[in-house]
Design a binder for this molecule. Structure first.
Ligand SMILES: *Cc1c(COP(=O)(O)O)cnc(C)c1O
Length: 347
């Protein structure tokens, strides 16, 4: 897996140009969507103002790798993790009244309000009560307030506007909080909204727009390559893989390639995936198996060890995979956690 670090920097700059003069929070949860959190974070540290992760453990990993920028943890504080926020200087998310008492003296936090995502956060009606708690808990430091969109991945959703105006009403109660933020990649690239003080970007810096809209000013940074394992002749009428769901239409050659769903190729891509070899696209045929996929080469008798591009480059990218599977790009990327080595292009 080859990850082009300068391309991440270019994507960040392209997004900053679209949303100028705002702080930039890089979302690097789930191992930076499988791109490798430590290498990515180190490369972009000077370009961004904040990082965000899902869990305290992910935050600790960044601190141990000498990441010194502020780190917001989106997750839920517990008695077990409370001390770690303080020891490792991680910013907590306070999304429930109980969190005020769980966190330890001196801990920095952002308030999270639920404006329509229905996942975490105070309800808008709680604004006054939350304000009272924030004022009472001077032992903690509130440095931000945020909310999260449910429908910003595709353009033209009225609900984005509804959530945005709910957030505007909420922050009227919290004017002295320095950093107000609500925009993820979709909101920043598909909408022209007031982004307040900071944008929170995960997918965009890796070169994808969420949803079905593609922006040519974002460049995918990940190429996944492997090599042909073996090439064997195959006869018309023979079937391939579990369930015998593909029947060979004509005599030719079949390549067996040593990657499968154990490495993050969704089984639901069976018979839909295409891979690139020598600049040509070839169809993956039959069910994707745990350790192998098979590719029909037609008349091309390729040699074992020939380079194969699975994702990126001449092949399909993660957005194409997501479309074929009927899922989002985030899920395709976070499932890439199999048996591969990451190589980082630094220049
Ligand atoms: C994951 C996440 C983001 C980043 O979303 P992208 O679509 O990858 O930009 C932003 N905010 C919150 C709260 C998230 O959980």
């Amino acid at each position: 897996m080859e990850i082009n670090l300068p391309a991440i920097s270019q994507n960040i700059e392209a997004i900053k140009q679209r949303v100028p003069d705002k702080q930039f929070l890089a979302v690097v949860k789930c191992n930076a969507y499988s791109h490798g959190v430590v290498d990515v974070a180190k490369h972009i540290q000077d370009q961004v103002d904040w990082f965000a992760v899902a869990s305290v453990d992910e935050g600790i990993e960044l601190r141990r790798s000498n990441i010194t920028k502020p780190i917001l943890v989106f997750g839920i504080p517990t008695y077990e993790t409370a001390a770690a926020y303080q020891t490792h200087n991680l910013t907590a998310t306070v999304s429930h009244i109980s969190h005020f008492s769980i966190l330890m003296d001196g801990t920095d936090y952002h308030l999270n309000f639920d404006t329509g995502m229905g996942r975490l956060g105070f309800s808008p009606e709680q604004a006054k009560e939350v304000r009272q708690q924030a004022v009472l808990n001077q032992r903690l430091t509130c440095s931000g307030i945020y909310s999260h969109f449910a429908t910003a991945d595709d353009p033209g959703s009225d609900f984005v506007g509804v959530q945005h105006s709910r957030f505007m009403d909420i922050i009227k109660h919290f004017e002295e909080i320095p950093i107000k933020h609500i925009c993820n990649t979709g909101a920043s690239t598909n909408y022209d909204l007031e982004p307040f003080d900071m944008i929170r970007i995960g997918l965009g810096m890796l070169g994808y727009n969420p949803g079905l809209t593609r922006h040519n000013w974002l460049k995918p940074v990940l190429n996944w390559e492997t090599k042909v394992g073996v090439v064997r002749p195959i006869k018309k009428g023979e079937t391939v893989s579990y369930g015998a769901r593909w029947t060979c239409p004509e005599d030719g050659y079949l390549a067996t390639i040593p990657v499968g769903y154990g490495d993050g190729i969704p089984r639901s891509l069976s018979n839909k995936l295409k891979v690139a070899i020598n600049g040509n696209l070839y169809p993956q045929v039959g069910s994707v198996t745990m350790d192998y996929i098979m590719v029909f080469l037609g008349d091309d008798k390729l040699s074992p060890e020939t380079d194969v591009t699975l994702m990126g480059g001449d092949a399909l990218n993660a957005a194409d995979w997501a479309e074929l599977v009927g899922t989002n790009i985030h899920e395709i990327l976070t499932n890439l956690k199999g048996r591969f080595v990451r190589n980082y292009l630094k220049y």
